[in-house]
Design a protein around this ligand. Structure first.
Ligand code: PMP
Length: 442
């Protein structure tokens, strides 16, 4: 790689290949090696790398205005983007506050939830309930509501102890139930957590419709989203949907909560919203919250220097246009079925016990067998590294509690031939790490 890199990487002992260019579902390093992007890099590159329609929109914006400050000017791309997000969004989400990342989106949602209760004269509602095995971002507030022990640990001293409900995970049900005996105890547990905290103290409940980085694309059992939305309504607790990973078509629907037509009070976006082009995130705000702030203090001044900047907004507006024009969510649903079948067939053919789950093109493979005596010990990190050797990018998910789950989530624009190549490379990666002796018997 030549001279020592001065960029501090995530793992200081790893020498990462240097990315040189990217097109569609592939990245190329400076040695000319090609990598199939089986996880949209960070489950972000939803419309593929180098998408000409997005690049054209960015170029056009470069020629008009790239930056203005949100306390001095409104701007057309941000207004157009906000209007389109509101049009597509569930329920009565009526306004958008822009951020530069998903973590900032979570922070903004928490802040707006607490501000809402202050505006309506209930400042004691200040707790945010979240769930075990969840990830809402790397900044302090977002980590405070994240059930991701490994990421919390170094900052534990700075993180308040907020109430957390058990996870909703059918493969490893914390209540020991099966799909047949499921009585949605995981949803009831959210209510018990709210009751234990005292509903009058709770500002909001935050959840990912499909648990991403922490759990490995774990969808809630059918009926869960509806049940927790009803619990929130009953106790007047605001519902924050963290759709940073699931939003804008990833799950085969516009939003993850659309699986059960649930209307959250705040909805956080990031990742696929800018599809890897320019950094931007958002929180969509219900009309009731907007009205309370409008009629109350009249200000939601907290934000960031680059919030709602016209260049990032223009790139995201082009992404959303693309998703609408080509009906990309429906395409993701179809491609997701094909990929899920392909991955399940590869695992079955090798006798490797695994849970293949998820929604649309947000799929997880959890290699933990139900019988702990049969655990082959293959970690998400080992499988991800083996896939990298096969020139396939997959995403190691999981916390200490879920160490064997990976996410497979290619660009929503992936072709059938590319999907088949992805499945072949996944099979080759599996063959590198799962010992033959552990097959059939697991
Ligand atoms: N929420 C969820 C559900 C996420 O998956 C992530 C990123 N993995 C975040 C929040 C944080 O987003 P960012 O990395 O853009 O800060």
């Amino acid at each position: 790689m030549g001279e020592t890199s001065r960029v501090l990487p995530p793992d200081l002992r790893v020498e990462y290949p240097r990315a040189a260019r990217a097109a569609g579902c592939y990245l190329y390093d400076d040695q000319g090696r090609e990598y199939l992007d089986g996880c949209s890099s960070a489950i972000a590159v939803n419309v593929g790398h180098g998408n000409p329609e997005i690049l054209d929109a960015i170029r056009a914006q470069l020629d008009t205005i790239t930056y203005c400050y949100r306390t001095q000017f409104a701007n057309e791309p941000a207004e157009r983007l906000a209007a389109e997000l509101v049009r597509l969004a569930p329920g009565d989400l009526s306004h958008v506050q822009f951020t530069n990342s998903g973590s900032e989106g979570t922070e903004a949602a928490i802040r707006l939830a607490l501000q809402y209760w202050q505006e309506v004269g209930r400042p004691e509602r200040r707790l945010v309930v979240s769930r075990d095995v969840s990830y809402h971002g790397a900044t302090l507030g977002a980590l405070a509501v994240s059930g991701h022990e490994a990421r919390r640990r170094p900052l534990a001293a700075l993180l308040p102890d907020l109430p957390r409900a058990p996870r909703a995970d059918c493969h490893r049900c914390p209540f020991g139930l099966t799909r047949d005996t499921c009585a949605l105890d995981c949803a009831s547990a959210v209510e018990q957590t709210i009751l234990a905290a005292g509903p009058g103290n709770v500002a909001a409940f935050i959840m990912e419709p499909v648990v991403g980085a922490a759990g490995g694309a774990v969808p809630a059992p059918p009926g869960y989203l509806t049940a927790v939305a009803e619990i929130c309504r009953r106790h007047d607790v605001l519902l924050i949907a963290d759709e940073v990973m699931t939003g804008l078509g990833r799950t085969g629907r516009w939003f993850g909560v659309d699986a059960e037509s649930v209307a959250p009070d705040l909805l956080v976006l990031g990742k696929g919203m800018s599809a890897g082009y320019l950094p931007i995130g958002a929180v969509l705000v219900d009309a009731r919250i907007h009205a309370a702030i409008h009629d109350g203090s009249g200000t939601s001044a907290l934000g960031h220097t680059y919030s709602a900047n016209p260049l990032a907004a223009a790139s995201a507006a082009a992404v959303v246009d693309f998703l609408v024009r080509y009906d990309v969510p429906a395409r993701a649903a179809r491609a997701g079925d094909r990929l899920r079948r392909g991955l399940a067939a590869v695992l079955a053919a090798r006798g490797v016990a695994a849970d293949v789950r998820g929604a649309g093109l947000l799929l997880g493979v959890d290699l933990t067998p139900h019988d702990p005596d049969r655990d082959h010990g293959v970690t998400a990190a080992a499988l991800t590294a083996a896939a990298f050797e096969e020139r396939l990018l997959i995403y190691p998910a999981g916390t200490d509690a879920v160490p064997r789950a990976v996410i497979v989530a290619p660009p929503l624009t992936i072709t059938d031939a590319e999907l088949d190549q992805l499945v072949d490379r996944f099979a080759a990666a599996l063959d590198r790490v799962v010992p033959v002796a552990d097959r059939r018997s697991t």
